[in-house]
Design a binder for this molecule. Structure first.
Ligand code: SAH
Length: 341
């Protein structure tokens, strides 16, 4: 059985041609899939014989909502979706002035091992399929009734560790005949798998690349982010520069402020140097609470002093507003879960 939701309209056309069907059927099917139908029988404008043929060859992926939490503070919604194989991942819908944004997971668990992040506890189970990521967006929109205009790949998992599936997902969700979400409304966040940066740049996508930097020197970064070991900050900033030159898209540096770990003036000055070199925007994130983690958020006065050093150096920096604090829906707090639990 083939996953029909992973297919682009032109691939559907070719498959339908083999079944002796006209081209326009592909458009009809793609349209139904992007409206979230769960069976071929719901595709009421297709002949019954074709619906039967399709159901013998293809399956339609879907998600089941295991839990929905709504923040009392700001209306942020956190979903726990069950996948076909019983695994489950979390997805968050945030309501910003400029539109509704969905934060999706790209893997069940994560193998990157960042010391401050809940998503990596228990390691990687598997990568998500393109249709599963599409369904995170589609089902979040259908279930919440909120039209989704923006996507951030900032949930569980490392998108560049699931490169091919993420690229196909982007093609699907960006397709004018599908959800049609513009690349400029999509951000992809990575812990810095630099060997994939050049490959990504070759696609010339208009999306925003967010790099989870979190420390500007190898000693600190390798301590809290194993992905830095054997790669290094210099090589990462080099890769960012190549990416920026190739795509013309400004990179954003994510920086979780951790008390006594990465929040001294020394760190701020070095961060400013890197950011200026590649014209990056810096997003400071007060560290979010993770029960298993020994780290605490930076003190407000240190955050302020840090910000001032960046601004004085001419760096474009903002402090990220925290949403969904009462439902553990913030950066680094999403977890893979087993449906049975
Ligand atoms: N693997 C990708 C995608 C995850 S995005 C990446 O590393 O970028 C999730 C973002 O939240 C990353 O920037 C991550 O470093 C950050 N994060 C993880 N734990 C956090 C925490 N406890 N507080 C604040 N940010 C955190």
């Amino acid at each position: 059985m083939t996953d029909i939701k992973a297919m682009l309209p032109e691939e559907l056309e070719a498959a339908l041609k083999e079944l002796g069907q006209p081209k326009y059927r592909a458009g009809q099917i793609f349209d139904w899939l992007n409206r979230g139908v769960q069976s071929f029988d719901e595709m009421s404008n297709l002949p019954k014989a074709l619906r039967e043929q399709l159901s013998e060859r293809y399956y339609i992926n879907s998600l089941t909502c295991l839990r929905k939490q709504v923040s009392q503070e700001d209306g942020t919604i956190k979903y726990l979706w069950q996948l076909r194989d019983g695994n489950a991942v979390e997805t968050v819908v945030m309501r910003y002035k400029y539109g509704n944004t969905v934060c999706i997971s790209s893997q069940v668990g994560c193998r990157q091992g960042c010391a401050f992040c809940a998503s990596t506890i228990g390691g990687l189970v598997r990568s998500l399929e393109p249709s599963e990521m599409l369904d995170e967006v589609l089902y979040s929109q259908m279930e919440s009734g909120l039209p989704i205009g923006h996507i951030v790949l900032m949930g569980i998992g490392e998108p560049l560790d699931n490169f091919d599936n993420v690229m196909r997902f982007l093609q699907l969700v960006n397709h004018p005949k599908g959800m049609n979400i513009g690349m400029r409304h999509i951000s992809l966040s990575t812990c810095g798998l630099i060997e994939k940066f050049d490959k990504l740049a070759d696609y010339h996508l208009q999306l925003t690349l967010s790099v989870s930097l979190h420390a500007p020197d190898d000693e600190t970064r390798s301590r809290i982010m194993p992905a830095n070991r054997g790669r290094g900050v210099e090589a990462l900033v080099d890769a960012c520069q190549r990416y920026y030159e190739k795509t013309g898209r400004r990179i954003s540096f994510e920086y979780a402020m951790i008390d006594g770990v990465n929040d001294t003036p020394y760190h701020a000055k070095l961060l400013a140097k890197h950011a200026r070199r590649v014209c990056a925007h810096v997003n400071l994130i007060p560290l979010n609470h993770v029960e298993e983690s020994p780290f605490a958020p930076s003190k407000p006065e240190n955050l302020k002093a840090f910000m001032k050093i960046l601004q004085d150096a001419g760096v474009n920096a903002t402090v990220r507003r925290k949403l969904g604090g009462d439902i553990d829906a913030s950066c680094g707090q999403l977890r893979k879960k087993l449906a049975m639990k």
